[in-house]
Design a protein around this ligand. Structure first.
Ligand SMILES: Nc1nc2c(ncn2[C@@H]2O[C@H](COP(=O)(O)OP(=O)(O)OP(=O)(O)O)[C@@H](O)[C@H]2O)c(=O)[nH]1
Ligand SMILES: C=C(OP(=O)(O)O)C(=O)O
Length: 286
């Protein structure tokens, strides 16, 4: 069904095929993978006394074709041994790892209902449960609109778009942001967004139930979304705000604790590059 534009379910939601090697922890520390896994445990507090899941939104996640993705991360592979083809393959593997970890966390969030991935990649490559809508070109905002149209066409709840480069995302961060968005919608807001760690970009855009998602992703998108009437969400969500565009961003995400795919990639390919670009520790720096 993939070539019919929509693949209704790909994968099980589990990430069985992802590498699971842990990051070496320091003395007395848990590894970043251990911390991430810990965060994926079911959280009873997010469920009512009946055990019913409090679903708030359906989610669109755009994933760019890997061979064109994450060009600003080229320095992460520049020093790797081998030839250009080896480095290109490592670069694609890094973009894939970021997306897989993002999807893994999004799928584990209790408030996420349907999850739609818009991509030109084969379904099985992404390794996360959800529906797949084919990317027909036109760029990021066109891909988001395509995913939202798919959801609205099927009669959706509130719809959100989440960037796919958030390897330190924790499900509870996404749940908390969606909860706060729902509270704003109850007060009459039509849309809300989460700015990235720099404050200029956007990692999550949410439209209220029955309202269209109007994506303005791209440089300066936080300002563009605010100007369109979306409300900036406050919250201490370093993983949710931690989009990875550069090697320094990757180091920052590693310090937070990335998911298993990105952790394994860094262990296998880029430990030296990441260490070289690691920022000084800045607790609460987001
Ligand atoms: N489906 C789809 N997703 C996209 C497209 N462009 C960007 N994205 C996704 O949108 C998110 C944010 O995009 P960027 O951070 O600009 O990623 P990028 O274009 O791969 O990175 P750079 O080449 O470094 O600009 C990432 O999760 C991308 O996978 C697109 O044309 N189609
Ligand atoms: C696409 C965006 O930014 P970046 O390319 O910097 O991730 C954005 O923040 O809207």
């Amino acid at each position: 069904m993939f070539d019919a534009a929509v693949d209704p379910a790909f994968g099980s939601g589990a990430d069985e095929s992802a590498p699971t090697r842990a990051v070496s922890p320091g003395p007395g520390e848990r590894s970043s993978e251990t911390r991430h896994r810990h965060s994926l445990r079911p959280r009873c507090a997010d469920r009512g006394q009946t055990g019913a899941v409090d679903v708030a939104v359906d989610l669109v996640v755009p994933v760019k074709e890997l061979r064109r993705a994450k060009s600003r991360l080229a320095p992460a592979v520049a020093d790797l041994p081998g030839d250009d083809a080896d480095r290109e393959q490592a670069h694609r593997a890094l973009a894939l790892a970021l997306a897989r970890d993002t999807l893994r966390a999004a799928r584990a969030a209790h408030r996420v209902g349907r999850l739609v991935v818009v991509t030109a990649e084969p379904a099985e490559r992404l390794g996360a449960g959800g529906e797949l809508v084919r990317d027909e070109g036109g760029g990021l905002n066109a891909a988001v609109r395509r995913g939202a149209a798919h959801l609205h066409g099927a009669g959706a709840r509130a719809v959100a778009a989440l960037q796919a480069d958030l390897p330190a995302l924790r499900p509870e961060e996404l749940d908390d942001a969606l909860r706060r968005a729902s509270a704003l919608f109850a007060g009459g807001a039509g849309a809300a967004f989460v700015a990235d760690h720099a404050g200029t970009g956007t990692t999550l855009l949410v439209a209220a139930p029955g309202r269209p998602l109007r994506p303005r992703f791209g440089p300066g998108s936080a300002w563009a979304h605010a100007r369109s009437g979306a409300v900036a969400l406050d919250g201490d969500w370093p993983g949710l705000r931690g989009d990875v565009d550069t090697v320094a961003d990757l180091a920052r995400a590693r310090a937070l604790g990335t998911g298993p795919a990105t952790s394994a990639w860094c262990d296998d390919h880029a430990a030296r590059s990441v260490t070289d670009h690691a920022p000084a520790p800045t607790p609460g720096g987001y």
